[in-house]
Design a protein around this ligand. Sequence first.
Ligand code: UDP
Length: 489
Amino acid sequence: MSGLHDPKAHFILVPLVAAQGHTIPMLDMARLLAERGARVSFITTPVNAARIKPIIDRVKDSHLPIQFVTLPFACAKAGLPDGCENFDLLPSTEYVKAMFEGTSVLQEPLELFLRELRPKPNCMIADMCNPWTMEVARKLRIPRIIFHGPSCFYLLCQHNIALHSVYERVADDFEPFLVPDLPRQVQVNKAQALAFATGPEWANFMHQLAMAESTADGIVINSYDDLEPWYIENYQKAKGKKIWTIGPLCLCNKDVTSKATRGNKASMDEHAIIKWLDTMEPSSVIYANFGSAARAPPSQLIEIGCGLQASNQPFIWVVKEAELTPEIENWLSVELEESTSSRGLVIRGWAPQMVILSHPAVGGFLTHCGWNSISESISAGVLMITWPQFSDQFLNEKLIVDELEIGVAVGVKVPTSHVSEDGPVVVGRDDVQKAVSRLIDDGECGKERRMRVKELQEKATKAMEEGGSSYVNMTRLIQYIIENTNEEL
Ligand code: UDP
């Protein structure tokens, strides 16, 4: 039997190349697998490879056995404008479905690449949103594991809602219901639980995702056993297949450079940010960032800024390039930055999020509740103000606020898919201000929340250390793959 350091354990990692929130955790996974003796081929595309070049360079310097494989991405064939290989490059949200479905243009080049490989790779780990990998793995007889980005809490909620055909019984998108078969009451509506891909035009793609999952040899999840034990155990039972929880994956980034080199190139030097944070009181700074995909209209941005201004707390606020209209740029520099120059830092573009969250001056994270952001916040022991927008984010909020009690909700009820851009703002400045003051509350409630998040941080660190649950699960995953493919090699 081969050992863990047998170079024959070769994993092909196929992220959803078009999304930073899907690519970043798989880059961490690549590194963890390679550090544990496996060989990794990481699939990317020309535009995305250029973005992650600093990571590619860092990997080269580390001499880890990770190869980046750049496959051609035929935009025209996918029905996408030239060069649009990432969601954040799309000229409008009308192309979102084309992007999800269009990544299947990678099917043929991936198959060609894999056919040439000798010896045959041991395993493919493919993002849940790449159902076309099912056919490639089947043809070449390579075991295929699915990577699910979100928590088991979210995945089990979705499973139970589908199992009990809940959506067939609700009157409309807004009728509240309790998610069945959970140990506690989790109340949502269809708009919040789905918060994405709701129309009938998505049915075929959703069906393909379900097929790709049901035919997979197992599932890897960016979570850890002590975070959501009941949900992990019961999700595994519900799926009846192997589940490996191997996170928080972000914890493989230990030094400042690794923490700063994730996803896009940061728009501000990490050392300048650290220097700024060093001047602030411990646990005083509110960090506001809504991930890689969410966009806020100008009126909403102004409410966020005014809320942070009124909170009187120090803050770092990340405003994306796509949000920087001339009106917003003018408002930021004339109104906000002038009045908060001693305690506010606005980052325009991409922030080195893990560097910021890891700094002791940061006391709260105003987040859109993307699962990576949540895991990074927990890994840094930082409390959250939750402002979900779409996809898994409303259910993630339930986990953070009600189940784990490590955050406060800003109070948003409706996903962005159900809000008109010209309509009234979803969250007002008072809501932001109130949420910040509840989060920094020094009373019993606040102290307990802070204690809980620190405990979870400690448990996350232990899970990833040698002998910890995620470390052991990674060992088991590699071992399982070696044992189940040795005969064929
Ligand atoms: N991220 C970052 N800087 C930014 C915005 C995002 O480093 O300015 C990273 C963040 O640390 C996380 C990922 O991008 O790893 C976003 O993933 P998440 O699941 O939180 O949200 P999504 O972008 O998928 O909505």
